[in-house]
Design a protein around this ligand. Structure first.
Ligand SMILES: NC(=O)c1ccc[n+]([C@@H]2O[C@H](COP(=O)([O-])OP(=O)(O)OC[C@H]3O[C@@H](n4cnc5c(N)ncnc54)[C@H](OP(=O)(O)O)[C@@H]3O)[C@@H](O)[C@H]2O)c1
Length: 412
């Protein structure tokens, strides 16, 4: 059998070597997978993992929003394969890296909100439909519009997620369906290297603003769990679930995996606050003027009412007075006023946005994930290569030595 290897261009491997190949790698060999959302954070890590694990995958179709396939290919290059995340794969493949990508990855222009995924070329579409064995949908928008509150949901994000899951359940036909529900996703724990993250998202907005001295108080319960999970653990669970459920594909079950840390290895809001303070005390942020930003112990408001009262008395009311002064002075302080107004609104939005999470006392039921781990062990899947056990995380070490440094290193 002929396969590529990292060291050699192409080699023949014997049946014995084939047997030694990781179980999941063997499963992926020759498979055709459609992946959506690959310009985003999570799917990018998924694509990298598949290519690193099994370059002999048959084909990865990446559905990307673009005007045509040429622009989609440009996005594949600019926003996916040329990112720092692909450094290890690029180093391993050296001058053959571009060849690996062009021979295995096909960028297709489309949009999941359109009929036929918005793929205009009917011939390509038919070809894809006949070849694709696994569809991994990671595309999504993280819009937290407030309208959903009217219907009793915390935000449109969870509301539309619930609707999406219901629709899939209804229309999946006899296909096996796996739903992955990660909690807040953070930087890579180990693979392809620790600390890779893209953009400042979820809880990291708090970390960055606190470190830069723009935020000195938070809203939350000391004893609540901050349920975060590193992105490579989410991807590892996705890949293993893919293998396990593909083998079981005659059974058109629907399985939900909560990929979280709250039940096995909870990190308290109070711990997180402590880690942030320690980190920024030891590694203070230096602003563009060369000033060292000193952080103090952040005040934690444990009741939302108190927080919003504090914000109104300390900031919103004085700003209203300042607004009047500005009008009386013929808009002389307009710039300062606009700036302060923007900052206060941002803090209030941030607080409102995270309120359902920083006061959340629930723990996600991850028994299905535990079961997946047992199945993986029984099948001899390499649990180091596919680690998704949050118990293996030392939060202090991860937050202080991996996550926050990675966040600042890869901040856009
Ligand atoms: N990040 C987290 O903490 C977290 C936690 C739990 C669940 N999730 C879920 O995981 C998924 C991926 O999250 P992420 O953090 O990777 O998000 P992300 O970085 O914002 O990426 C979202 C991706 O979806 C694509 N997309 C959006 N609408 C699309 C459409 N109509 N057609 C095709 N592609 C579309 C985006 O493409 P463009 O580049 O064209 O915009 C982008 O590639 C989402 O469903 C998210 O809700 C994320």
């Amino acid at each position: 059998m002929k396969v590529r290897s990292r060291e050699n261009d192409e080699i023949f491997i014997s049946q014995n070597q084939d047997m030694e190949m990781d179980h999941v790698a063997r499963f992926l060999r020759g498979k055709t997978v459609l992946i959506t959302g690959a310009t985003g954070f999570l799917a990018k890590v998924f694509v990298e993992k598949i290519l690193r694990l099994q370059p002999n995958v048959k084909k990865l179709y990446l559905l990307l929003r673009a005007s045509d396939d040429k622009s989609a290919t440009q996005r594949l290059h600019d926003e996916i394969t040329s990112t720092e995340l692909f450094r290890v794969l690029r180093d391993n493949w050296s001058w053959r890296f571009d060849n690996l990508i062009s021979s295995k990855v096909i960028a297709v222009a489309g949009d999941i909100s359109f009929e036929n995924l918005g793929i205009a070329d009917s011939k390509l579409r038919e070809k894809m439909w006949s070849e694709i064995e696994i569809l991994v949908n990671v595309a999504g928008t993280t819009d937290f519009n407030e309208r959903a509150k009217l219907n009793g949901w915390p935000n449109t994000y969870v509301f539309t997620k619930a609707m999406g899951e219901m629709l899939l359940g209804k229309f999946k036909g006899d296909l096996p369906l796996v739903i992955i529900r990660p909690t807040m996703i953070t930087s890579t724990f180990k693979q392809p290297f620790p600390g890779w993250i893209e953009g400042v998202r979820t809880v990291d907005r708090i970390v960055v603003n606190y470190g830069k001295g723009k935020l000195s108080f938070f809203l939350g319960d000391f004893n609540s769990t901050l349920d975060v999970i590193p992105v490579d653990m989410v991807v590892n669970a996705m890949v293993v679930a893919m293998e396990v459920h593909y083998a079981d594909r005659q059974c058109s079950r629907e399985t939900i995996y909560h990929i979280s840390s709250s039940s096995r290895n909870p990190m308290k809001v109070s711990d997180f606050r402590k880690f942030m303070r320690c980190y920024f005390t030891e590694n203070p942020w230096v602003d563009t003027n060369g000033n060292v930003v000193k952080v103090g112990e952040a005040t934690l408001f444990t009741a939302p009412g108190r927080f919003f009262l504090y914000m109104h008395l300390k900031y919103v009311l004085p700003l209203k007075v300042f607004c009047l002064i500005n009008i009386l002075c013929c808009q002389r302080f307009k710039k300062t006023y606009t700036n302060l107004d923007r900052k206060i609104k941002y803090i209030l939005r941030l607080a409102e946005f995270y309120r359902p999470y920083t006061f959340f006392t629930g723990i996600f039921d991850d028994r299905n994930l535990e079961k997946l781990q047992r199945v993986a062990e029984d099948r001899g899947i390499d649990v180091t290569e596919f680690n998704f056990d949050s118990k293996s995380i030392d939060w202090e070490d991860y937050i202080m030595n991996i996550h926050i440094p990675g966040l600042f290193q890869h901040e856009k």
